[in-house]
Design a protein around this ligand. Structure first.
Ligand SMILES: [Zn+2]
Length: 468
């Protein structure tokens, strides 16, 4: 990293400037530093791609590979039909929006990394040059090396195994092992993303396609087993399914899980002698879960839900609370209301609690009007998608970025701006950084509207008939 200078003789980590430090603390960083061979100071200033590449390089180096300084590997030619068959992402179902009781979520343990490890998918193993390697991959049909374990599979096996150990230790020893396993989980996730990225050192689009193709196959296989045993599928997304059977106990779901795992290991054997077994785990059984529809057409949306597990955990995906452009006061509002909902043990109790939404909305609207939130709570962070001049119609983003540029601050497409809505006849939105120098009255009405919009995820139930 040419633009950084490091202190000698000490370790310096800048908490305000280190993603890793914020997310996984010192324990997690030491773990990543140890396995990637990146010095701690350097690690603290990088993004997740750097440690995984470093680890892959280390393993390649240990195996005696020469690593090209720059890559040159165009894709092998494919017909349109080939592309249609294999070049798709993960499998996604659209759930029917509404409230459901006693639903189980089954998740694959590191699905994509396990596929890569078991089918030996790596830059140098696809369509390899060995005469003996005639084995073709399921679904995508590329030839795969069965003589030598690839660099990426070797890397991932090491990470999967290590993460499993930490997950076990976490149960006994707590958080410090949790932070380590989260760090490793990121490496696993990124390693897959890098597969399809042609500039990544070990990336190769064919392995990316094969991985997602086998992934879809696995999810359908699991779905079929569940349905054969009279569970209904509510939702499926890449490596998770949400299933339901009236009156099913946690024990029944666990039994189904064991059955699935047995059948998985029988059918999906992999191409190497040493494999990591495919495994689904019971993420939990929900007392209730709410799948939220799209505001536009009222149809269910993949990965937009909130629910409460029997053990009290709340899981939330895709609603405002989880989005990075949502102002803090709305996050607080949704969190507050979810906390209220979390006391409901079944659908009936939940419906009753959901009807309190107006009271909660009113409470937060009053807080807004009375100025109980500070300006930081009102920041709406949005990304500039093109140059300011290229916005044909002026909007809050271009207005805010334009002001910054006038003040001599460069903003490039892709960067985020911090917007404050103000009450003014000319300018509707100003950058937070300018606002704090010369404050103006904020546009409470506009914030109230945002607050109202964020009620949708709780209110849509009212307009529908959701009783069984
Ligand atoms: Zn081979």
């Amino acid at each position: 990293m040419p633009d950084s200078s490091f202190f000698l003789g000490r370790i310096h980590i800048d908490p305000s400037n280190s993603f890793f430090y914020r997310e996984i603390g010192l324990d997690g960083m030491i773990e990543l530093s140890r396995i990637s061979s990146l010095p701690l100071q350097q690690l603290s200033r990088t993004t997740i791609g750097t440690p995984i590449t470093s680890l892959e390089m280390k393993i390649a180096f240990e195996q005696g590979y020469l690593i090209p300084y720059r890559k040159n590997n165009p894709e092998d030619p494919k017909t349109a039909l080939d592309l249609l068959k294999i070049d798709r992402g993960g499998l996604t179902f659209r759930p029917e929006a509404g409230i459901y009781e006693n639903v189980a979520e089954l998740d694959f343990f590191s699905m994509y990394p396990s596929i890569i490890a078991n089918y030996n998918l790596s830059y140098e193993t696809i369509n390899c040059k060995h005469k003996k390697c005639i084995h073709r991959l399921p679904t995508a049909g590329y030839r795969i090396c069965t003589q030598k374990e690839g660099i990426l599979p070797k890397t991932l096996k090491f990470l999967i195994e290590r993460r499993k150990q930490y997950k076990k230790l976490k149960k006994k020893e707590g958080d410090k092992y949790d932070r380590r396993q989260i760090g490793i989980k990121w490496l696993l996730v990124v390693s897959f993303g890098y597969l399809g990225y042609k500039n990544a050192v070990f990336g190769r689009i064919e392995s990316h396609e094969t991985t997602t193709a086998i992934g879809r196959d696995l999810l359908l296989f699991v779905k079929d087993i569940a349905e054969k045993e009279d569970f209904s599928l509510l939702h499926g997304l890449t490596d998770c399914i949400w299933i339901y059977k009236k009156g099913a106990t946690e024990e029944a779901y666990n039994k189904l899980k064991d059955n699935i795992n047995k059948k998985l290991s029988r059918k999906y054997k992999g191409v190497l002698e040493e494999t990591v077994p495919f495994e689904v785990k019971l993420e939990g059984v929900y007392d209730w879960i709410v799948f939220v529809p799209s505001k536009e057409d009222g149809v269910g949306v993949p990965n937009r839900f909130y629910g409460k597990f029997k053990d009290g955990r709340i899981k939330v995906r895709g609603i405002e609370l989880r989005r990075s452009d949502t102002p803090r006061f709305i996050k607080e509002f949704q969190e507050d209301f979810l906390n209220h909902l979390s006391k409901a043990k079944n659908k009936k109790e939940l419906l009753k609690k959901l009807s309190d939404i107006d009271t909660f909305f009113e409470k937060y609207a009053v807080m807004l009007r009375e100025g109980k939130f500070c300006v930081q709570d009102l920041i709406v962070r949005k990304r500039l998608s093109k140059l300011v001049e290229e916005y044909r119609v002026k909007n809050d983003i271009s207005e805010t970025a334009g002001t910054l540029i006038k003040e001599g601050i460069t903003v490039n497409p892709g960067e985020k701006v911090n917007i404050i809505y103000i009450k003014d006849s000319f300018i509707k939105a100003v950058p937070y950084e300018i606002y704090i120098k010369s404050p103006k009255p904020v546009d409470i009405k506009r914030y109230e509207k945002l607050l109202k919009e964020s009620c949708f995820v709780f209110e849509f139930i009212k307009d529908r008939f959701y009783y069984d």
